[in-house]
Design a binder for this molecule. Structure first.
Ligand SMILES: [Zn+2]
Length: 102
């Protein structure tokens, strides 16, 4: 899937809006019982968890993290343990390391 929209500076462009819409569609499937997901915006960097509508807002206000190319927290290559309550921090560290440039 083309994710070049994630690098766009113009967050009002149609391409970015379409990209966010496609992300939210994927992310919704990973929402928990309270409709919350990790926020991949530049500020939250998948550390903070917010309701879908707040995340949507952040992605327009702050922008999506341009390095978050594989949406591991939102259903892509999800680890079986990643939704376990006490394992949030462990599941966080591995994919972030994976994304760092070698
Ligand atoms: Zn955020």
């Amino acid at each position: 899937m083309d994710r070049s929209w994630m690098q766009l500076q113009d967050r009002l462009s149609q391409e970015y809006v379409d990209g966010i819409n496609s992300f939210m569609k994927v992310a919704k499937k990973c929402a928990d019982a309270t409709n919350c997901i990790r926020c991949p915006c530049i500020r939250c960097l998948n550390v903070l968890i917010y309701p879908l509508d707040v995340v949507d807002h952040h992605l327009y206000q702050f922008g999506i993290s341009p390095t978050y190319c594989t949406w591991v927290y939102h259903g892509e290559n999800c680890q079986p343990n990643s939704r376990g309550g006490g394992k949030h921090f462990y599941s966080l560290i591995e994919p972030v390391n994976y994304l760092l440039p070698k």
